[in-house]
Write a protein that binds this ligand. Structure first.
Ligand code: KIV
Length: 263
């Protein structure tokens, strides 16, 4: 049965922790879906992890549509969350609804956008249009130019601002809120204050769910990685070793063998 926003509400109520992973392609989406991952985020982190940009800022609506469609084709049960890229929702709520609807038409079950009170009007319009919306607070990568080098958000007085933003997103209709790179104590406080689920990435252990970027989880992302990253595999080494063995086989005449040949 496909995962819905009602499932997240139930998990929050039962204090059942859950995960979300990013995915950018159909094959990975299928593996993760079959492994039971309930939420697949086609994050604009595809800008860094697939397209080779330094930030998420250059990612376009067309990029987001292409990769969201690919993930939706690979997923059966997971909720597919399409990310609204920088510039696709800030100008007006009407534009936000138009672009969110485009993501839904290619297979997204929900959309994500960054910002708190400044994005609340767009969130309200999208939810009124029947589009489930996930918020994103704390370190919001689309604001990298404004943030400068300061990564951890919500320290000191900023914590009250972040809490007010989270409540505004909930009030506007968000079904969940991603909290990125904030003190663990603030993650716990926001999670306690909200009726909707929080999903943490560098926001401590008390969030309702945790999200990681798939290339970080699999050990594909080169160092340095943020403090919150935990690698569960070393795909960089596995891929390099496979390529080296292939080159050796070809050099030594072991590949292709008789079983790889047509006659
Ligand atoms: O784009 C992304 O991958 C994200 C996650 C880090 C939450 O926004």
């Amino acid at each position: 049965m496909p995962v819905t926003t009602a499932d997240l509400a139930a998990w929050k109520q039962r204090r059942e922790r859950f995960i979300m992973l990013t995915a950018y392609d159909a094959l990975t989406a299928r593996v993760l879906d079959e492994a039971g991952v309930p939420l697949l985020l086609v994050g604009d982190s595809l800008g860094n992890n697939v397209l080779g940009y330094d930030t998420t800022i250059p990612v376009t609506m067309e990029d987001s549509l292409t990769f969201t469609a690919a993930v939706a084709r690979g997923a059966r049960n997971a909720m597919v969350v399409g990310d609204l890229p920088f510039g696709s929702y800030q100008a007006s709520a009407a534009e936000a609804v138009r672009n969110a609807a485009r993501l839904v038409k290619v297979g997204a079950n929900a959309v994500k956008l960054e910002g708190g009170r400044r994005s609340a009007k767009a969130v309200r319009k999208m939810t009124e249009a029947g589009i489930p919306v996930m918020g994103h607070l704390g370190f919001t990568p689309q604001s990298a130019n404004a943030f400068g080098r300061k990564v951890v958000r919500g320290r000191g007085d900023e914590g009250e601002e972040l809490l007010a933003d989270a409540l505004a997103l909930q009030e506007a209709g968000c079904f969940s809120v991603v909290l990125e790179a904030i003190p663990a104590e603030l993650g716990a406080r926001v999670t306690e204050a909200l009726d909707v689920a929080t999903i943490g990435i560098g926001a401590g252990p008390d969030c309702d769910g945790q999200v990681l970027v798939i290339t970080d989880l699999l050990g594909l992302t080169p160092d340095p990685t943020p403090r919150f990253v935990k690698r569960y595999a070393d795909l960089r080494a596995i891929i390099a070793e496979a390529a080296t063995r292939f080159a050796k086989d070809v050099a030594e005449g072991h590949y292709p063998g008789p079983e790889h040949q047509y006659h």
